[in-house]
Write a protein that binds this ligand. Structure first.
Ligand SMILES: NC(=O)c1ccc[n+]([C@@H]2O[C@H](COP(=O)([O-])OP(=O)(O)OC[C@H]3O[C@@H](n4cnc5c(N)ncnc54)[C@H](OP(=O)(O)O)[C@@H]3O)[C@@H](O)[C@H]2O)c1
Length: 311
């Protein structure tokens, strides 16, 4: 018996062809948002930590779609380089230097951005710091560790969101997108995971607070994302070029642009009825029980459909 599927030639084609996904994608009519690649034309978007890694990918994607991007970070040289790179592609982008763990700097910077652009449509709380880039050493004190991870990941998200909300509330279709981490679900990432779990909780609390203001608040939780070959090597452990298990079910790390795609979806009108949600973007890592993989392979996939479907 055929499964119940929405009627129409595209879905029938998808079901009947073994390799139909590519064909179906080609045939599917584009939604207005996909057809119009300038979803954020002249909208002001703040990306904290937008000068490198995932944040730079997010800044570039918004800028490609017509946004005016305000990047906030501490390192001026790197910030100016990032802005120059985007401007050389014809995009509108400005760098604002600030340490977003400090409320006075947050307040002044947000005011400056709104004065410059006249409005605020989207805030992306991307800045954060995990173990790999951390300045924390094994000799660092207990309270220094707490201050560092909480400040860089949790406090910064709270401070920037709280100071942006009054401006976001004045703009229709506005939203906040936080960046957490799949480390929030694992116990072995210490205070980084704890702080990111806090970011996910902040997402729900701010969603409830901001809904009456017409502002949506969502979160993207990345798995392993390759921000540079050096970063990938560090993540695998110094000197090692092999992962002990694959970084995702898809057998590769993700790219910043794959996080940017999810962030832009949340910021777009396609997500107009979505708030308070965290979307995991990890190539399936979180749904995989890696330790059991070799024993499952020995059982030749008897647990599910492939063995039964063998001709
Ligand atoms: N890469 C991954 O695999 C991965 C996985 C899961 C989650 N994440 C999360 O994704 C986000 C981006 O990570 P990434 O890998 O792209 O890291 P990254 O390249 O180190 O970028 C972090 C950015 O945050 C900025 N930043 C950090 N602390 C700041 C502060 N106090 N004030 C202002 N800016 C600050 C940094 O700029 P300055 O140093 O110039 O201030 C930098 O631009 C982080 O929240 C991270 O936790 C990453």
């Amino acid at each position: 018996m055929l499964p119940l599927l929405p009627s129409g030639p595209v879905f029938k084609l998808e079901f009947l062809c073994s390799n139909a996904l590519d064909m179906a994608f080609n045939l599917l009519p584009l939604s207005p948002a996909e057809g119009n690649k300038m979803r954020f034309k002249k909208k002001t978007i703040i990306v904290t930590g937008g000068s490198s890694g995932i944040g730079f990918g997010i800044s570039r994607k918004f800028a490609q779609e017509g946004a005016r991007v305000a990047i906030i970070a501490r390192n001026e040289k790197r910030g100016i380089e990032a802005v120059r790179e985007l401007q050389s592609l014809g995009y509108e982008c400005t760098f604002f230097k600030a340490d977003i763990t400090k409320e006075s700097q947050v307040k002044a910077t947000i005011l400056l951005i709104v004065e410059q652009y006249g409005e605020l449509h989207t805030l992306v709380n991307n800045a954060g710091c995990g173990l790999i880039n951390s300045t924390i050493e094994s000799a660092s004190s207990i309270s220094d560790r707490l201050k560092f991870y909480q400040g860089a990941n949790f406090n910064s998200t709270y401070l920037v969101t709280a100071h942006c909300l009054p401006y976001l509330a004045k703009t229709s279709g506005s939203s906040v997108i936080n960046i957490s981490s799949t480390a929030a679900q694992h116990g072995n990432w210490g205070l980084y995971g704890v702080a990111k779990a806090g970011v996910e909780a902040l997402t729900r609390s701010f969603a409830a607070e901001a809904a009456p203001l017409g502002v949506r608040v969502n979160c993207v939780s990345p798995g392993w994302i390759e921000t540079s070959p050096e970063q990938a090597a560090k993540a695998q452990g110094a000197g090692s070029s092999e992962w002990t298990c694959p970084p995702s079910l898809l057998g590769r790390m993700g790219g910043p642009e794959e996080i940017a795609g999810a962030v832009c979806f949340f910021a777009s009108s396609d997500a107009s009825f979505i708030t308070g949600q965290t979307l995991v973007v990890d190539g399936g890592m979180m749904i995989t029980d890696y330790p059991s993989q070799s024993s499952l392979n020995m059982m030749e996939n008897r647990g599910f459909s492939q063995a039964a479907n063998k001709p």
